[in-house]
Design a protein around this ligand. Structure first.
Ligand SMILES: Cc1ncc(COP(=O)(O)O)c(C=O)c1O
Length: 396
């Protein structure tokens, strides 16, 4: 019998998708499932992108340049300029989503056994990318009682050793909704610079900010040019999750040249999707503005409705479209399963993401779930009512 790699066996199932079979079963029983488990926006992609794909009259779908065409990367630079990020096409590699950007980055900066420090809870797939790249994640736990703010710099400092290659942040953060301030980003970048580390910042939710603060990008301060790596994506910003177009951006040319070698091995980002992404970059400012307005409304609903549930705590989403909820029970995964297998209200139920998969420390987050507010306000209200009623029945 041929055997599978130890690494393959170790990759954890995604907490976002692991309960899918139970949701499918509930749907077969005629129950409508409200998906709060996955950050799949329900908002339409820009009409410019959809039309461009419909109207394409290509007679050959050829490979694109491995880093994306110069025209496309120029367009990306123009987008960044609007966010006070001044980069050239040579600083950009177009990737198959932020997912591939993260994987190329880990493989370009780490050797097997090297370490990347990440505040937890973090985007669950960081665990998978790290395992696939033989990289050890060193977590630093942020706390719901601090709304998941950046832990003290001293905590990071204590974890740095000869194996440490990078500190990875997500800003705004999935799964907590926290938005790091300019001061927090600068402090951590100074620490990285002082210790010759990379500072990798995943900014796929850059525009999704609901507080009176401007997003501060790691590439805005030229002082960190050699250390800074920006991970980005068109998935959330333009509701183009299925296009699979993202970017790695860095002024460190040695790093970019190394990423390019990985990009060359997979030949090309998806040519047809680049047409959609290119037109999204050219879509009017009002597209994003309207999207953010809609999420702002949803966030209000989430905060209002969750506030009415007794004995829970939840993170106040300052950005992105997620909140972490601490439930008054021991095992949030059992509760999430219960909602799919044993509970419904007016023929609807809810799918949640058990939060332990967003931590790398064992046994953390067992009583927490993450929700994504990617449904309209009415559905969100229903979903949170179901959580409230379900919790009552589950606790008994
Ligand atoms: C923080 C974060 N990074 C990366 C990704 C992956 O994005 P993409 O669809 O561009 O691969 C996601 C998707 O949910 C995410 O939330």
């Amino acid at each position: 019998m041929p055997s599978i790699s130890k690494k393959g066996n170790k990759i954890p199932p995604s907490p976002i998708r692991k309960l899918v079979p139970y949701a499918d079963d509930a749907k077969k029983r005629g129950i409508e499932i409200l998906h709060l488990n996955i950050g799949q926006p329900d908002i339409k992609s820009p009409v410019e992108s959809l039309n461009a794909v419909k109207e394409t009259n290509l007679d050959l779908l050829k490979y694109e340049y491995s880093q994306g065409s110069l025209e496309f990367r120029n367009n990306v630079c123009n987008y960044y300029k609007k966010h006070s990020i001044y980069v050239s096409p040579d600083d950009i590699i177009t990737t198959v989503g932020a997912s591939e950007a993260l994987s190329f980055t880990m493989n370009s900066i780490c050797d097997p056994g090297d370490e990347v420090i990440i505040p937890e809870p973090f985007y669950a797939n960081y665990n998978g990318f790290a395992l696939a790249s033989d990289v050890n994640v060193i977590p630093i736990t942020s706390k719901i009682d601090d709304n998941f703010a950046l832990p003290s710099i001293h905590e990071f400092e204590k974890k740095i050793n000869s194996k440490t290659k990078a500190i990875l942040l997500c800003n705004p953060c999935n799964p907590t909704g926290y938005v790091y301030s300019q001061e927090e980003i600068t402090n951590i970048a100074n620490l990285a610079k002082k210790n010759d580390l990379f500072i990798v910042v995943d900014e796929v939710y850059r525009e999704f900010i609901y507080i009176d603060t401007k997003h501060f990008s790691i590439l805005e301060d030229e002082k960190f040019s050699e250390n800074a790596i920006l991970i980005d994506s068109t998935s959330k910003r333009y509701s183009l999750c299925g296009a699979r177009v993202g970017f790695i951006v860095s002024k460190n040319s040695e790093f970019i040249q190394t990423c390019l070698k990985f990009a060359l091995t997979r030949l090309s980002p998806p040519t047809l999707a680049l047409i959609a992404a290119n037109h999204a970059l050219n879509s009017g400012e009002d597209y994003i503005e309207n999207v953010i307005k809609e999420y702002y409304k949803r966030r209000e609903v989430v905060i209002n409705e969750l506030s009415q549930i007794d004995n829970i705590k939840f993170s106040n989403p300052m950005g992105a479209f997620y909140s972490m909820i601490k439930l008054p029970i021991e095992n949030a995964e059992d509760f999430a399963k219960f909602l799919l297998t044993d509970f419904s209200y007016k023929n609807q139920s809810v799918m949640l993401s058990p939060a332990s998969g967003f931590y790398s420390s064992e046994n953390y987050g067992k009583d927490e779930v993450r929700i994504a507010f990617v449904l309209n306000s009415e559905k969100l209200k229903n979903a949170i009512k179901i959580i409230k009623l379900g919790l009552k029945e589950f606790i008994g």
